[in-house]
Design a protein around this ligand. Structure first.
Ligand code: MLT
Length: 409
C-alpha cells in the first residue's frame, strides 16, 4: 500500500498564493466585476531589460553551434555567472565573499525550502511571524512540527514581529534554538534589520552553535543612500554561522526565467551528533548535485547580462519604478484613519495594519474594488489583522487600485 506523508495533512489545502488565485477565479466566474488589479503575489510586470534579452538571445545562439553548445553545466553554476554575481552582489560591500562561495540555482524559494534537508530531524527552529510562509511549510512537510492549532504549528518557536517592536523581533530568549530563519528586507512587512540587531542574531548563533538562514531576496530594494546592511555577511562572524539567499526574481524581473544563488562561506559549519564540526558548503553541493541539474545555460547567460554594467543600470531603473509605486501606495493609505502603514520604503511591500480580519478585508476589497491584496494571516498569526500590498505592477494600475480602494474605505 502506498501511504501518504502524513505531515502534508497538517498543512492548509493549498499554498497561500494558490489559494488567493482560487478565490479570484471563483469571484470572476460568478460576479460581474471591473478589471482585476493584482497587488497580491509579488510578481514583476515590467519586461526584461534589453541587456538581459540580448544575453539570453546570445545564450540560445550558442546552443545552436557545435563550438559553443552546452550540455550539463557545473553543479555550482558557470564560472562566468558566479564571478559576475560575486562582483555585483558583494563587490561594494564590506564582506569576504567570492565566486567559490556562490551556488547558482533556479530560485531562492526552492533553496530556502530545500535547505532544511541538511539538518537532523530533531533540531529546534525559530521563525519570525509574520514571514514568507515557505520557511514554516517546508519544515511542516519534513515532519519537524506538530499539528496546526490556533494559527501556529506546535514545536516551532515563533519570533513575534509587530508594531510595538517595529516588526524587528530580537533573537529568541530560549538558548537551545539550532536554526533561525531571517528575511530582510522583510517579506511581508518591509522592515529592515540594522547592524545592531543582526549582530545580536550572529552572536546568538555563534554562542549557541546555531545557523542563520538569511533570505536577502529584496536587498536591492534598500534605498541607495541608506546605511542599512544589505547582507548578513556584513556582520563580523556571520561567515561561520549564516547562509544567504539572493535572487534575480525581483531584482531583475526573473520570476519567469528563474535564477538565484545560495551563498555559503568555507568557514560555515554545522555539527555532528558528537559536536564535531562539519563544513556546510560541501553538504549543500552534495544535495544539489544529486537532486538538481542546474539552471539552463541561456538563463545563466541572461543573468550575466543583468550583472553587466549596462544591465545593472537598466535594472536600477526598474527597481526605482516599483519603489515609486510603493510610495504612491503609502501616500494613498497613510491618511486613512483606521489603517496604519508600514514598509514600502526599503522594500516593494506595504504592510497595512487594520482592525479588520485580514481574509475578510481581502474578500471585501476583491468584491468591492476588484483589487487583489494578500491577507496578512497567510504570513502568520500576527498578520491576522493586516494586509500586504505589492508594489509590483504597472503605474497606471497601481494608481487606479489606490483610488478604487481609498474611495471605499
Ligand atoms: C510573494 O509574493 O511573497 C512571493 O514572491 C511569492 C512566492 O514566492 O511564492
Amino acid at each position: 500500500m502506498i501511504t501518504a506523508n502524513s505531515n502534508y495533512q497538517k498543512l492548509s489545502s493549498s499554498y497561500l498564493f494558490v489559494e488567493i488565485t482560487r478565490r479570484i477565479n471563483e469571484f470572476t466566474a460568478t460576479k460581474t466585476h471591473s478589471q482585476i488589479i493584482r497587488l497580491g503575489i509579488g510578481d514583476v510586470t515590467l519586461p526584461l531589460t534589453p541587456s538581459i534579452i540580448e544575453a539570453l538571445h546570445q545564450g540560445i545562439e550558442d546552443m545552436a553551434t557545435s563550438k559553443n553548445f552546452k550540455g550539463y553545466g557545473p553543479e555550482n553554476g558557470y564560472l562566468f555567472l558566479r564571478k559576475a554575481m560575486a562582483q555585483r552582489e558583494y563587490g561594494d560591500l564590506p564582506v569576504d565573499i567570492d565566486e567559490d562561495d556562490i551556488i547558482v540555482s533556479d530560485g531562492a524559494k526552492c533553496d530556502v525550502a530545500n535547505f532544511q534537508e541538511l539538518f537532523s530531524q530533531d533540531i529546534t527552529i525559530a521563525i519570525p511571524d509574520p514571514v514568507y510562509p515557505v520557511y514554516v511549510e517546508a519544515n511542516v512537510m519534513a515532519g519537524r512540527t506538530g499539528e496546526f492549532s490556533k494559527g501556529r504549528y506546535k514545536g516551532l518557536t515563533y519570533l513575534d514581529a509587530h508594531m510595538e517592536n517595529d516588526f524587528l523581533p530580537p533573537p529568541p530568549s530560549e538558548k537551545n534554538i539550532a536554526l533561525i530563519y531571517l528575511c530582510f528586507p522583510n517579506n511581508p512587512t518591509g522592515a529592515v534589520a540594522d547592524h545592531a540587531l543582526l549582530t545580536k542574531y550572529v552572536n546568538y548563533a555563534l554562542e549557541h552553535k546555531a545557523l542563520l538562514l538569511f533570505d536577502a531576496a529584496y536587498c536591492h530594494y534598500i534605498a541607495k543612500e541608506s546605511t542599512l546592511p544589505r547582507s548578513i555577511f556584513e556582520i563580523p562572524g556571520a561567515t561561520k554561522c549564516a547562509v544567504e539567499f539572493r535572487s534575480l526574481s525581483k531584482t531583475a524581473g526573473f520570476t519567469g526565467l528563474r535564477c538565484a544563488c545560495t551563498v555559503i562561506h568555507d568557514d560555515c559549519r554545522i555539527f555532528s551528533s558528537k559536536s564535531e564540526e562539519i563544513p556546510l558548503k560541501p553538504l549543500w553541493l552534495r544535495r544539489q548535485s544529486t537532486k538538481f541539474n542546474g539552471v539552463a545555460y541561456p538563463i545563466q547567460r541572461a543573468a550575466q547580462g543583468a550583472y553587466s554594467e549596462q544591465g545593472w543600470h537598466e535594472i536600477q531603473g526598474q527597481i526605482a519604478y516599483y519603489m515609486k509605486n510603493a510610495e504612491i501606495i503609502r501616500k494613498a493609505f497613510s491618511p486613512l484613519p483606521d489603517y496604519s502603514v508600514y514598509g514600502g520604503v526599503h522594500a516593494p511591500y506595504i504592510w497595512i495594519e487594520t482592525k479588520h480580519d485580514s481574509w475578510e478585508l481581502f474578500t471585501r476589497l476583491l468584491h468591492e474594488t476588484s483589487v487583489v491584496v494578500t491577507p496578512g494571516a497567510g504570513f502568520g498569526q500576527n498578520g491576522a489583522h493586516a494586509i500586504r500590498i505589492s508594489a509590483f505592477n504597472d503605474r497606471e494600475k497601481v494608481t487606479m487600485a489606490c483610488s478604487r480602494i481609498t474611495e471605499r474605505l
